[in-house]
Design a protein. Structure first.
Length: 412
């Protein structure tokens, strides 16, 4: 499924895997360690496959029970050092066309796609095209003076920009990529500075995400969608991943349709019923199919194996040189006893090891990927219904791998 050995286009001597000596800040390259050597210096028992993570183990049985009860439709995948340990697919990708979900089915990621954004930013920082200390006004025009001169790229990526977004028009049905681009660009410029940049937590504010994506576009000279496609998806070999448009979502049998629950309890294909909206209170009236394409900096589609490839690429030098990969996931803002905010990617300590993860949800959409860098695990959960208990599933996955149940999801 995935390449567990070499890294295309990267000198093996420069391949740097998270874990072992790197966890205490010692550059693996300076120690002359190969990727395999680096993995072997991880936590005690890192080579062992826990019984609960194996086929037929506790996690496998738990997911099967959810699927049998009609509570899960989607894919779960556990990978250890690039090798699949557990892969299960349940349910239907397109009920009308009777297309079943398989391992290679692509799912909408919602907020689980947000970490592609800081990777894109750090690639440009690594190349000297911008700095994390740059203000919004250094690259973009049309923003209020306070925003342009005080809010930095670092503030945007940590979710501490102090910005508040205007209300979103959830009923709007977009008709083109250009319309999506204009709408979110205008909304970002209407955001208000309501807190102190670098201090005020605005983790879920759309404006900070959009502005960061606009900076990527200004610096790279291309759309955010095209930048990520070329510099992240293609570089990682994520052949089933893309920022698909609504027509592609409707036509491609390899993309799972989102089945959302209405206020009366009935379930419909969201992308095929744009006039209908979710009945769930937290996303009342929303329909992900109305977007035409996901807003710059958000969403995207991916398969479970592709997210494993992404997780590996973050640690082996494919996407970022080691120091910048560390900047991406370094703990920045305390959020709990053992959890922290990083660059749009919550990190936590569970069972004595780091866990990097990101969750996302929308009507008919549930997604989460988790990276356990100290022991070489990557876990993926992708769903196309509202019934999946995503937070509980994340906890069961973490428990199967680390022996300790997670206390929460990786950011919605």
């Amino acid at each position: 499924m995935t390449d567990s050995n070499g890294v295309r286009g990267v000198d093996r001597r420069r391949v740097l895997a998270w874990g072992g000596a790197a966890a205490v800040g010692v550059p693996l390259a300076s120690m002359g360690l190969s990727r395999a050597d680096a993995v072997s210096t991880g936590l005690p028992g890192a080579d062992r496959i826990p019984p609960d993570a194996r086929p037929g183990g506790a996690y496998d049985r738990y997911v099967a029970q959810l699927a049998a009860a009609g509570k899960f439709s989607g894919v779960v995948l556990l990978s250890h050092r690039g090798r699949t340990v557990l892969s299960r697919s349940y349910g239907t990708a397109d009920v009308q066309k009777k297309v079943l979900i398989r391992e290679g089915t692509a799912f909408s990621l919602s907020s689980a796609g947000k970490p592609f954004l800081p990777v894109a930013v750090l690639q440009l920082v690594q190349r000297g095209k911008l700095r994390l200390s740059d203000t919004v006004g250094a690259h973009l025009e049309g923003f209020p003076k306070a925003v342009a001169e005080r809010v930095t790229v670092h503030d945007l990526l940590t979710g501490a920009s102090g910005l508040r977004s205007p209300e979103e028009d959830v009923d709007r049905v977009f008709g083109s990529r250009a319309e999506v681009q204009r709408y979110y660009g205008q909304r970002a410029r209407q955001a208000e500075l309501v807190g102190v940049p670098g201090v005020a937590s605005t983790l879920h504010e759309e404006a900070g995400i959009t502005i960061s994506a606009l900076i990527v576009e200004a610096v790279a000279g291309t759309t955010y969608w095209d930048y990520v496609q070329k510099n992240i998806f293609e570089r990682c070999g994520m052949t089933g991943s893309a920022f698909y448009t609504r027509p592609q979502w409707l036509a491609d049998p390899n993309i799972a349709h989102p089945y959302m629950t209405l206020a009366d309890g009935s379930v419909v294909d969201a992308v095929g019923n744009l006039e209908k909206g979710s009945g769930r209170p937290e996303v009342l009236g929303k329909n992900p199919g109305r977007a035409f394409i996901d807003a710059p900096g958000d969403g995207g589609f991916a398969t479970a194996p592709d997210l494993v490839r992404f997780g590996q690429a973050l640690g082996n030098g494919t996407l970022l040189e080691r120091p910048w990969a560390d900047v991406l996931t370094a703990a920045k803002l305390p959020q709990g006893p053992a959890s922290f905010g990083a660059y749009l990617c919550p990190v936590s300590i569970s069972g004595g090891q780091w866990v990097f993860e990101r969750a996302g949800g929308n009507p008919g959409v549930g997604a989460n990927w988790s990276i356990y860098p100290d022991t070489g695990w990557v876990g993926v959960i992708l769903s196309n219904t509202d019934s999946a208990p995503l937070r509980e599933m994340i906890g069961r996955e973490t428990q199967a791998i680390t022996g300790v149940e997670a206390t929460g999801g990786g950011g919605g």
